[in-house]
Design a protein around this ligand. Structure first.
Ligand SMILES: Cc1cc2nc3c(=O)[nH]c(=O)nc-3n(C[C@H](O)[C@H](O)[C@H](O)COP(=O)(O)OP(=O)(O)OC[C@H]3O[C@@H](n4cnc5c(N)ncnc54)[C@H](O)[C@@H]3O)c2cc1C
Length: 381
């Protein structure tokens, strides 16, 4: 059996690994000229953690995980408002979860498939046709590839989805926020190594996350109904954040030297079906639960694992496999999409009273008696 996978992000690489494990040949197509590194910190748990264990990559992921020793919430002037210590952060995450750089998840997955999977960089998909026996993909390098299954794992702005399911606008639900992330060449002196500092003010959040090995991520998330994919972060971020104090001027200066900036709308994908004949969508291309749900990488790996199992359990019947897979995964995805939409309402609210209320659970968690209780619960768990 053979699959063509479009996109070598977490979803595509995890699918390549899982399909390899059940004896499929795979061709992985990636638009970028080379593998991306860096990215941003993700919390990786739930079905992704369980799947990673089954797929044999959990130890390698744990080796790259980073621990946040303190999460500090700042006032607009830079003073500390309150903070959570390492044990409290760990208790809120639970035992079977880790913080890891998105690029490091990809590095681990890539390491497991690079010698066994055919990977073509600087290539994309231009056309798809399918019949009873196979799916045929015309690629940008001029070749036409044939396979039993085509997996569109090409992210929020999936070309596979556009070709097979129709225009992105038909499925994109914008959550009225923009997000920007990039690696900082230099950690601001006010952020201690191993910690995260964050400030929310006027509907805007900014954070600096120290992610281990001397690496630091700048994070910006703000409320707007005017953002569009493709906006220029070098122009927009200074306009939106230019009046903020604390370490913000230093972090904005880092825009000039960083290798690449992720800047996009925070949007979900809402599709009635994730497959069409022999074409299936996986990861952000299919559902994109968003960073508000904090579960996209888990669903990408968990979804790839379940897909492999469904294909293995339904030999020779792709449609039955895809139907079983979707029935199993959809409730979890819809639960996380709902969570994402709920969090949108309380994320970086512009009103200071609402902000105070939205931070109340965290403030409580920072109080000594609650902290001691959570630490005990974590250690027991
Ligand atoms: C700021 C931020 C914070 C997040 N935090 C968390 C978190 O805490 N926990 C969590 O679990 N998840 C989190 N997520 C979500 C998570 O990162 C994604 O859901 C996850 O990486 C899965 O992505 P993917 O592989 O489906 O898509 P992507 O990462 O978008 O990968 C798609 C790949 O396809 C390639 N591609 C795109 N178009 C084409 C094309 N036409 N042809 C060929 N290749 C193409 C791209 O270059 C890329 O390599 C966060 C996301 C963001 C943005």
């Amino acid at each position: 059996m053979r699959a063509i996978i479009i996109g070598a992000g977490i979803a595509g690489l995890a699918a390549a690994l899982r399909l390899r494990q059940i004896g499929w040949d795979t061709l992985l197509i990636e638009r970028a000229p080379q593998r991306r590194g860096g990215g941003y910190g993700v919390s990786f748990g739930g079905i992704g953690y369980d799947a990673a264990e089954r797929m044999g990559i959990l130890p390698a992921l744990k080796d790259k995980a980073f621990v946040t020793s303190e999460l500090v919430y700042h006032k607009p002037g830079g003073q500390r408002r309150f903070s959570l210590d390492r044990a409290t952060i760990a208790a809120t995450m639970g035992q079977r979860s880790m913080n890891i750089l998105r690029g490091d998840v990809e590095t681990v997955l890539y390491g497991t498939v690079r010698d066994t999977v055919d990977i073509r960089f600087s290539t994309t998909i231009n056309a798809v046709e399918q019949d009873e026996h196979a799916v045929h993909a015309t690629l940008s390098d001029g070749t036409v590839e044939h396979a039993d299954l085509l997996i569109g794992a090409d992210g929020l702005h999936s070309a596979t989805r556009a070709l097979v399911f129709g225009p992105e606008d038909d499925y994109r639900l914008d959550l009225e926020h923009m997000v920007a992330v990039y690696m900082l060449d230099k950690r601001p002196a006010a952020i201690a190594p191993g910690t995260t500092g964050t400030l929310s003010q006027g509907g805007r959040t900014v954070a600096v996350i120290s992610v281990g090995d001397g690496r630091n991520v700048a994070f910006f998330g703000y409320r707007t109904d005017r953002g569009t994919p493709g906006d220029d972060p070098h122009k927009v971020l200074p306009e939106v954040y230019g009046d903020m104090g604390w370490v913000v001027p230093e972090v904005l200066a880092g825009l000039a030297t960083t290798e690449s900036v992720y800047f996009d709308t925070i949007s979900q994908m809402v599709l009635d079906r994730w497959s069409h004949g022999r074409v299936v969508l996986l990861g952000d291309a299919a559902w994109c639960v968003t960073l508000f749900a904090g579960y996209g990488s888990a669903l990408a790996v968990g979804g790839a694992d379940l897909l492999g199992t469904a294909l293995q359990n339904n030999p020779g019947d792709i449609r039955a496999a895809l139907t079983t897979w979707e029935a199993e995964l959809r409730p979890e995805v819809e639960k996380k999409q709902k969570l994402g939409r709920r969090v949108k309402g309380v994320y970086a609210p512009a009103n200071p009273v609402v902000l105070w209320l939205s931070q109340l659970p965290l403030r409580l968690a920072s109080l000594d008696p609650v902290r001691r209780y959570m630490t005990r619960r974590y250690i027991k768990g």
